[in-house]
Write a protein that binds this ligand. Structure first.
Ligand code: ADP
Length: 321
């Protein structure tokens, strides 16, 4: 578990992280999102013990990492893997040597090192490219090698810093599937820093939004997107305004494929209340394990009382907009 409490970090006199509180449970895939310069990478570097901070605490599995130094800090850092937007492979080394590098630094036994490297290259689907140099690989393949290398020391936590930002959508998708598979199979905790909302929706169960070094919201990814708080609208640069007409009432209904009873509320309403209505706004999106969205329904004002009575009998999430 990663527990961050009231963390403050500054560079010189400039505060970069202020009052950060986040709890990341073992086995979660957690998203940190925000515009460029919000402080996401700085927070990742605090988590892996690369950067000290001025105030607050950051505990990983109960150990306050600010208290670690020397050998203990090196040992801690070997339990954390990291991948980056620019892959950070050594260009003069082939794929196998790149994956072996962290194990070579820790003086692993040669046989054990090669076995682990091959196991990881199998995992990422590149066991047949051991001799290739990074320049002979596509971006997606380079990131797969970087993942194999990051997993070499069997970390408990994998930090991903804009790991798919340089990749095209199909390749991004395949890297995300790989991360989900690794998470499923090894129960590793993954922290994903990204500005790509599709990445968060696709892989993360929980997320925090960072803005100018402060957390503006944290919670379940689906809840945040369905409730579209102001901090998300700011980040997306979109508002949820739609044209409204005189004499009409607008109700936003939350719908989820794996939702609770009563979320077929729109069709049930049509059958039960028998008043005309129209779906005028909204849409469904794919989340990690669900398909969910908000649909805005338009009624005549004169029909609202009957509709409201019906909605109040239902176990559905709805609100007037
Ligand atoms: P993000 O990852 O959200 O783009 P960063 O964590 O990289 O944001 O940066 C947050 C702020 O901290 C930015 O204003 C950046 O210029 C500043 N910053 C990052 N690293 C350093 C550093 N080593 N020295 C001084 N300022 C830094």
């Amino acid at each position: 578990m990663i527990e961050i409490k009231d963390l403050y970090k500054q560079f010189g006199n400039t505060p970069v992280l202020q009052g950060i509180n986040i709890e990341i449970k073992d086995g979660d895939i957690y998203g940190l999102v925000g515009v460029s310069g919000a402080g996401k990478s700085t927070l990742l570097r605090c988590i892996n013990g690369l950067l000290p901070f001025e105030k607050g605490s950051l505990k990983v599995d109960g150990v306050n990492i600010q208290t670690l130094n020397g050998k203990k800090l090196r040992e801690f850092r070997s339990t954390i893997g990291m991948i980056f937007q620019q892959f950070s492979l050594l260009e003069r080394m082939n794929v196998l040597d790149n994956v072996c590098l962290p194990m070579r630094c820790l003086k692993y036994d040669k046989k054990k090192m090669l076995e682990k490297a091959m196991e990881n290259l199998e995992l990422v689907g590149l066991a047949d490219r051991t001799k290739a140099l990074p320049r002979e690989l596509s971006g997606g393949q380079k990131q797969r090698v970087a993942i194999a290398r990051a997993m070499a020391l069997e970390p408990r936590i994998l930090l991903c810093d804009e790991a798919t930002s340089a990749l095209d959508p199909n390749i991004t998708q395949s890297i995300l599937e790989l991360l989900k598979k690794i998470n499923r199979e090894s129960n590793i905790t993954i922290v994903v820093v990204t500005h790509q909302m599709e990445v968060v929706k696709n892989v993360c169960s929980k997320m925090s939004i960072l803005s100018q070094g402060k957390l503006t919201i944290s919670g379940e990814v689906k809840d945040i997107f369905l409730n579209h708080p102001e901090s998300l609208a700011e980040l997306l640069g979109q508002s949820v305004e739609f044209p409204k007409k005189e004499g009409k009432v607008y109700v936003e209904i939350l719908k989820s494929a794996q939702g609770k009873d009563g979320e077929n509320v729109i069709s049930e309403m049509a059958l039960a209340v028998k008043v005309p209505f129209d779906i005028v706004w909204g849409g469904m999106d794919k989340y990690r394990d669900d398909i969910a969205g908000n649909l805005v329904v338009e009624f005549e004002e004169s029909d609202w009382e009957a509709v409201k009575k019906f909605l109040e009998t239902k176990n559905a999430d709805w609100r007037l907009v």
